[in-house]
Design a protein around this ligand. Structure first.
Ligand code: ATP
Length: 215
């Protein structure tokens, strides 16, 4: 049964730590079969209520440039084609409808996202639709930093990474080491004209300079 990974985010811009955790998901969960794929899904914001610095089109393009020819990754613009903000649970329900009840779906997030998972819209329903895969992130402690309900959810469902056979309900804790990169820090470096070596894919760095983004 093919496995679908889902990686949602603002991606303002998509950076190399994002790419690194997607690769970790692919490699640790053994998503190497021909029909496996990981969908990178930038969050859409309606133009009149923008919550990102770059436009929807620019963020999509920077994701495309970051992904390049990386095997198994697919850029999915479904949230950008909506005329309203779309919750993760809605996107996962839509994918579940498309892929069928038994297809394994894994939603990838950084540990910081798990620390505020209980604030996400209809969060309890998410594990009924998909597995979670969580990558370590500096400053986010999965042992002591979690809300008690999320800590309980993690202790009940955590499992070490392997190829998923069930459709949903597990929390895979990835073993890839944490990397201290954030889009916020990157935007601030770009604003103050500091270097971004090793933090962005080279075509993205050029796109940002050419479009005078984040100045
Ligand atoms: P910002 O600094 O603007 O909040 P960000 O770098 O966290 O941006 P997002 O697009 O908000 O990027 O993140 C998308 C997903 O990637 C989230 O689940 C987030 O936890 C995860 N993520 C981002 N950076 C890292 C990192 N360095 N390590 C692990 N996970 C990360």
């Amino acid at each position: 049964m093919p496995v679908t990974g889902v990686f949602g985010g603002t991606f303002d811009p998509m950076h190399l730590a994002h790419l690194r955790i997607v690769r970790a998901l692919r490699d640790e969960l053994q998503l190497h079969e021909a029909e496996d794929c990981i969908r990178v899904i930038p969050t859409g914001f309606p133009p009149h209520r923008a919550q990102a610095v770059a436009s929807n089109e620019q963020r999509l393009e920077m994701c495309r440039l970051t992904i390049g020819n990386e095997p198994g990754l697919l850029l999915d613009d479904r949230e950008l084609r909506r005329d309203r903000f779309c919750y993760t649970v809605e996107t996962l329900a839509e994918l579940r409808g498309e892929l069928g009840a038994s297809a394994p779906i894994v939603f990838l997030m950084g540990a910081d996202s798990l620390t505020h998972f209980h604030t996400w819209h209809d969060w309890r329903h998410i594990l009924d639709l998909a597995h979670l895969a969580v990558a370590a992130r500096p400053g986010s402690d999965l042992t002591h930093g979690l809300n008690p309900t999320v800590a309980h959810l993690l202790s009940e469902n955590a499992t070490s990474p392997s190829r998923p056979t069930l459709s949903h309900g597990k929390i895979y804790v990835l073993s890839t080491p944490p990397e201290d990169v954030s889009a916020t820090e990157l935007r601030s470096r770009l604003r103050s004209e500091q270097g971004t070596e090793g933090l962005l894919a080279e075509p993205v760095r050029r796109f940002i300079l050419d479009n005078r983004l984040y100045r």
